[in-house]
Design a protein around this ligand. Structure first.
Ligand code: 2BA
Length: 149
């Protein structure tokens, strides 16, 4: 049976644990994949969100998606980096969260995704919930349980 403490943890709202959009590296759909690769390399992140000019969430892009899209038969065709747009290469089918979602829902998705984008009902990008933030809260919860027992 699930204890009341675990229930409280799992039912915590994600809202206070979001990394806000102002702090998130992102690219726009119409940027070239060269620009996206530069940003990914400079930021150190392996994948980042893709937004349109109005800040709507459109997908995500990773270095792997970019290199895969310029692979020729026998070599990487670097000349194609300034020909292709982010929207040609990005993953459009991504899971997302709402501010009102609870830890339980986010935790299940974070098993398979290193981060989840948070989106408003109108489709605006609001920030990220990362695996690191979730693991820190889980760690804190476990420590508190151990101290109480
Ligand atoms: P990754 O880039 O694969 O990063 C995996 C983990 O490595 C991160 O986990 C973080 O602990 C560490 N890390 C990588 N690059 C870092 C950097 N420049 N500064 C500090 N720590 C760094 P999480 O923090 O759980 O992030 C999970 C994923 O969320 C990242 O995967 C990245 O794709 C995305 N992400 C996190 N913060 C972001 C931000 N500010 N802007 C854009 N994307 C972000």
């Amino acid at each position: 049976m699930i204890s009341i403490e675990h229930k409280d943890f799992l039912e915590t709202s994600i809202e206070n644990f979001i990394i806000p959009s102002e702090k998130i590296a992102h690219v726009q759909t119409t940027n070239t994949i060269e620009h996206a690769l530069l940003l990914l390399t400079k930021s150190g992140y392996s994948a980042i969100p893709v937004l349109d000019t109005d800040y709507h969430l459109k997908g995500l892009i990773s270095s792997q998606m970019i290199t895969d899209s310029i692979l020729g038969l026998e070599k990487i065709e670097f000349g194609r980096l300034d020909e292709k747009k982010v929207e040609d290469v990005m993953d459009k089918d991504i899971p997302h969260l709402k501010m009102t979602d609870q830890f339980q829902y986010a935790l299940n998705l974070l098993v398979d995704h290193p981060f989840l984008c948070v989106m408003s009902r109108e489709g605006y990008f609001q920030g990220l919930m990362t695996r690191r933030v979730m693991l820190k809260q889980l760690q804190r919860h476990i420590h508190m349980q151990v101290q109480r027992s």
